[in-house]
Design a protein around this ligand. Structure first.
Ligand code: SAM
Length: 202
C-alpha cells in the first residue's frame, strides 16, 4: 500500500466529508484517499487536540498537517493569533486549504513542503504535530531539530505518538532536541507529550 507521506499520491481522488466533535465543537472536514486518516479522525490526533494548550494570541505551526484537523482546531482557539500548516503531501495541502476556506478561518496559512522549510526564519509560540513515525528515526530527529529552531525560548511543542510505536523512546529524543518534556495525556494507546524549548541564553 502506498504511504500517505508521498508528495503526489497515486490513488485516484475520491473526496468525502467526515465529522468529528473536537474541543466541544462539531467539525466537518473534507478528506480523500492517499492522505492520513482519510476515513475519520485518528485517535492519536484526537488525543493531541484535546490535550494541547493554545492561548488566544499564540502563533502556532502544525508540522505534517494532513487535511488539517490539529491546525484548524488550533486556529479556532488562537482567535487573535496565527496558524501555519505544512505538509509534504500535496493532496493533503489542498485539502487543508479547502478546509480552512470551508471553516471561514482567516488566521491560517497552508504550505506544501518538507518539515519547517516553508516557514524557515519564522518563530512560533507553539508547534503541534502528529509526526510521520514511519519516516524513521533519522527523519524524526531531523524534524525535532527543525521544530526546536522554529520555537521561541519558552515555546511549547505538543506531539503525539503510539505507545506501541516507541512513544517513550521518542520522548527521550524530544527531551534531547527541544527541552524538558512531560506526558500530558494518555488515551487509546497513545501518549501526548509537551516539551518546552529551553532558553539558550540561560
Ligand atoms: C501521522 S500523519 C498526521 C496528519 C494530520 N496532522 C492528522 O493528525 O490527521 C503525518 C503527516 O506528516 C506528513 N509528512 C510526512 N513527512 C513529512 C515531512 N518531511 N514534512 C512535512 N510533512 C510530512 C504526512 O504527509 C502526513 O500528512
Amino acid at each position: 500500500m502506498e504511504h500517505y507521506s508521498t508528495r503526489e499520491p497515486s490513488a485516484p481522488s475520491r473526496r468525502r466529508e467526515i465529522q468529528a466533535r473536537l474541543r466541544g465543537k462539531v467539525w466537518t472536514f473534507v478528506t480523500d484517499r492517499g492522505v492520513f486518516a482519510g476515513a475519520g479522525i485518528d485517535p492519536g490526533t484526537r488525543a493531541l487536540i484535546e490535550a494541547m494548550r493554545i492561548e488566544p494570541t499564540d502563533h502556532v505551526l502544525d508540522v505534517g498537517c494532513g487535511y488539517g484537523p490539529i491546525g484548524l482546531v488550533a486556529a479556532h482557539l488562537a482567535t487573535r493569533g496565527r496558524v501555519v500548516l505544512v505538509d509534504v503531501n500535496e493532496r493533503a495541502v489542498q485539502l487543508a486549504a479547502d478546509n480552512v476556506r470551508r471553516q471561514h478561518l482567516e488566521n491560517v496559512e497552508v504550505y506544501g513542503g518538507d518539515g519547517t522549510q516553508p516557514v524557515r526564519g519564522l518563530i512560533f509560540d507553539v508547534v503541534v504535530t502528529n509526526p510521520p513515525i514511519r519516516a524513521g528515526k533519522t527523519t524524526l530527529r531531523r524534524l525535532l531539530r527543525e521544530i526546536r529552531d522554529a520555537l521561541r525560548p519558552g515555546g511549547r511543542l505538543y506531539l503525539v505518538a503510539r505507545t506501541a510505536q516507541g512513544a517513550k523512546t521518542l520522548a527521550k529524543d524530544i527531551g534531547a532536541a527541544v527541552g524538558p518534556v512531560r506526558e500530558v495525556a494518555q488515551a487509546a494507546g497513545y501518549r501526548v507529550y509537551e516539551a518546552v524549548r529551553e532558553d539558550p541564553e540561560r
